[in-house]
Design a protein around this ligand. Structure first.
Ligand SMILES: Nc1nc2c(c(=O)[nH]1)N[C@H]1C(S)=C(S)[C@@H](COP(=O)(O)O)O[C@H]1N2
Ligand SMILES: [Mo]
Length: 361
């Protein structure tokens, strides 16, 4: 074991000034939350740097948090020094450690569920909990950043070391996954784990937040196609003839993906049928629950409204009678239980909120 004195000498060399550690942690947590949320919108491989950044910043946080926890250990371990805000500090630390640990284990390939949630969803939960905790923690212990803490050649070297060290450790973890053949090597660039097989039973039924409608009676259901179109229509289920089939990858932000053959109708054919206006720029897909998502019209034309998956009729949980298949988009954008397609001339920013609250009374 290293003597405490020795450890202190080493730390003095490698760790930034205390206040700088604290402010760097704050900035990095902010960037982690931002890149984590942003990553939810990334479904195509060119977006990989978002995930890479998230991992490297996570490693940098581990180092800074270790410096910080070592520095404040007496304030926590020594009961006489407890003050009311110590509880808040401890909770903040617990959320941070929880987020780091679940993130690390997920990348290492631990693909388990905790109650209803995947490990990745628990990671997201810790990360989101950290936001109010960190803001409250900061307001009880606010010390403005100081210029002197930033000065000196050492500081620049230390921070370069953090970033380079983080990048190296991320690569080493990937290498370890490959060499040790952990489940971590099967992940997609988004971090999602594969679900193999074909058809309804091959992949989980997932809600983005709370959407959970009763099964839909095909005979009383109809699809309306309207908005900026010359001739709006209402299609009964029997009038929908699935004449298109395509393979597409569904990648859920809770951490799994599946490749399936989806059968249904091409949205482009539907738009031709109703004679969409030349000025239309977007297409909105609306669920019976109100949940909705809008795609740019060219992308929408190429999407599918599916009645079938893997050679089977779509099950209720997977969105029967009709669900959107939007290749390249993350799962939450693949609207289930669609009963309305609306041609529009603008995007729909409110969809972000609607998807979150849909299903709550
Ligand atoms: N109407 C509606 N559509 C939805 C959702 C939802 O909650 N409501 N969840 C989305 C999410 S988060 C995903 S990952 C996919 C999951 O599709 P699956 O349940 O068929 O696996 O559906 C999407 N479509
Ligand atoms: Mo999802």
């Amino acid at each position: 074991m290293m003597s405490e004195e020795r450890l202190r000498t080493v730390l003095a060399r490698v760790q930034p000034a205390p206040r700088l550690v604290d402010w760097s942690l704050f900035v990095l947590v902010f960037l982690e939350v931002a890149s984590g949320l942003l990553s939810f919108t990334v479904g195509r491989p060119p977006g990989w740097p978002v995930f890479e950044f998230h991992r490297i910043a996570g490693v940098a946080i581990v180092a800074l948090l270790a410096f910080k926890l070592y520095r404040v250990r007496h304030r926590v371990l020594d009961r006489d020094r407890w003050v009311p805000s110590t509880v808040l500090s401890a909770l903040t630390a617990a959320a941070a450690v929880g987020a780091l640990l679940t993130g690390f284990l997920w990348v290492a390939g631990l693909d388990v569920r905790i109650a209803y949630w995947t490990l990745l969803s628990v990671h997201v939960g810790f990360g989101l909990a950290l936001v109010p905790l960190l803001i409250a923690h900061l307001s009880t212990r606010f010390r403005p950043p100081r210029r002197v803490d930033l000065e000196g050649r050492r500081t620049a070297i230390r921070f370069t070391g953090l970033v380079v060290g983080g990048a190296v450790l991320v690569r080493l973890q990937d290498l370890a996954n490959a060499v040790l053949e952990t489940g971590g090597r099967d992940r997609r660039f988004t971090g999602s784990q594969p679900r193999e097989g074909a058809g309804n039973a091959a992949f989980p039924v997932t809600s983005w937040v709370a959407d959970d409608p009763d099964p839909i009676d095909r005979d009383s259901w109809a699809l309306s196609v309207d908005g900026m179109v010359a001739s709006p229509i209402e299609l009964e289920f029997s009038a929908i003839e699935p004449d298109a089939e395509r393979e597409a990858l569904l990648d859920c932000t809770s951490g799994w993906y599946t490749v399936q053959r989806w059968g249904g109708i091409r949205v482009g054919d539907l738009l031709d049928r109703v004679d969409a206006d030349a000025d239309a720029t977007h297409v909105r897909f609306v669920s019976v629950t109100g949940y909705r998502w809008t795609l740019p019209i060219d992308e929408a034309r190429d999407a599918l409204l599916a009645t079938r998956v893997g050679g089977e009729r779509l099950s209720h949980g997977h969105g029967a009678p009709l669900r959107l298949v939007a290749p390249g988009r993350r799962g939450f954008q693949w609207v289930k239980w669609v009963d309305r397609v609306e041609v529009r001339d603008r995007p729909d920013p409110a969809q972000w909120l609607v998807t979150l609250i849909s299903g709550f009374e």
